[in-house]
Design a protein around this ligand. Structure first.
Ligand code: PLP
Length: 380
């Protein structure tokens, strides 16, 4: 059987990883400043994380959600404590898209309404309502098309205020737009959404799938704006590579049996991975680290010739160039063995390293980046 060919691939086979370092099958070493799409939060193969998962696997790997799984409670408690959302409820699932599907479903059940407001350049996943709420027509199949989604311009408070009405069940926005090119919602925009949602009885959903889990230098990026959404979705950094996702649900929203459900969500191994991630983030003070090194990095990046703009918070960084960045990223990989990320904005390089990335690795990147940009300016 062949694989369904949906990804353009680098001709690289990674066989080992540690911290922010990767090794391929020929022993070549790489610097990972992308974390496989912002997934690696506590660094590859963290020893505490490995031990936790191994130990859990020796006890029990899986049973269904029809029995008590105390690890789910431990995870919810630790997540509540570290995020500041102690009073919220947690629904566990497996991926970012699934978390958003469930958040939208909860909002619709709770309000009895159907309409959803989303914004330009958004990305919420590739399934059903999540992809319908994503601003990329090329990934929306005819079966995903719905009249229940309304797209509004990002950061346009007036357009939002005018469009909002009592048919809307939810407004969904990313803590920081990732795929769209690291675009930050203004604090005033988020506060406006919060206030107007309350006024109309609609729910406010914060998609923190990419920007959550300490990446921004706060546990959730929306905490910079001081808003408190009704629903928050998390995934990527939550399991450091183990598939686990969650929806944090306001105490105002009451659960009913069978309202949501999942076979794999919240399984023992996923909980072990997610608990290990939270323990390491807390123990190693990774949120503070992301904040400190991220801010310094952004300041340094701004000084590099050829950089038009640097956007982000903490270690979620978008570097916008004067030129398209595909060739720059290719050179960083082929000549300097550094993985970086792209965005739907072709001029933006995304930097999403592990939260414990070392300053020395950042310095290595900055030097390489300077050289590659200087060469491309000369040859342009
Ligand atoms: N939401 C955001 C903000 C994302 O960046 C992504 C993935 O990139 C998703 C949702 C979808 O997550 P997943 O690929 O785990 O379904």
């Amino acid at each position: 059987m062949n694989l369904f060919d949906v990804y353009p691939l680098f001709d690289i086979e990674i066989v080992k990883a540690q911290g922010s370092t990767l090794w391929d099958n020929k022993g070549k070493e790489y610097l990972d400043l992308y974390g496989g799409h912002a997934v690696i939060s506590i660094g590859h193969s963290h020893p505490y994380y490995i031990k936790k998962i191994e130990k859990q696997l020796e006890q029990i790997g899986f049973y269904s959600n029809s029995i008590k799984i105390p690890q789910q409670k431990e995870l919810a408690e630790k997540l509540g404590e570290l995020s500041g959302y102690n009073d919220y409820q947690l629904f566990l699932c497996n991926s970012g898209a699934e978390a958003n599907e469930n958040a939208l479903k909860v909002a619709s059940f709770h309000t009895g309404r159907k309409k959803v407001i989303t914004f330009t350049k958004s990305f919420h996943g590739r399934t059903s309502m999540a992809v319908a709420a994503t601003d990329d027509k090329s990934i929306v199949a005819p079966v995903n098309e719905t009249e229940n989604i309304l797209f509004l311009p990002f950061n346009d408070e007036q357009a939002f205020e005018q469009a909002m009405n009592n048919d809307v069940c939810a407004v969904i926005v990313e803590g920081i737009q990732g795929v769209g090119g690291v675009n930050i919602p203004t604090a005033s925009f988020l506060r406006k959404i919060e206030a107007i949602c309350k006024q109309h009885g609609a729910l406010f959903i914060l998609d923190e799938v990419q920007s959550g889990y300490g990446r921004s230098g706060k546990f959730f990026a929306h905490q910079y704006a001081g808003v408190k959404p009704d629903l928050i979705t998390t995934a990527k950094g939550m399991g450091n590579g183990f598939p686990v996702a969650g929806v944090l649900i306001s105490p105002e929203i009451k659960a009913k049996h069978s309202m949501l459900g999942t076979t794999f969500g919240g399984n023992y191994l996923a909980c072990a991975a997610a608990i290990a991630v939270l323990d390491v983030i807390k123990e190693e003070k990774l949120i503070e680290h992301a904040n400190t090194v991220g801010n310094k990095w952004m300041a340094d990046l701004k000084k590099i010739k050829g950089v038009k703009e640097v956007r982000g918070f903490g270690l979620m960084i978008g570097v916008e160039l004067e030129i398209t960045c595909a060739e720059i990223r290719k050179k960083l990989l082929s000549d300097y063995n550094i993985f970086t990320g792209s965005a739907s904005n072709k001029n933006v390089i995304r930097l999403l390293p592990a939260l414990n990335v070392k300053q020395a690795d950042i310095d290595t990147f900055n030097e390489a980046f300077k050289n590659v940009l200087a060469q491309s300016t000369v040859s342009a």
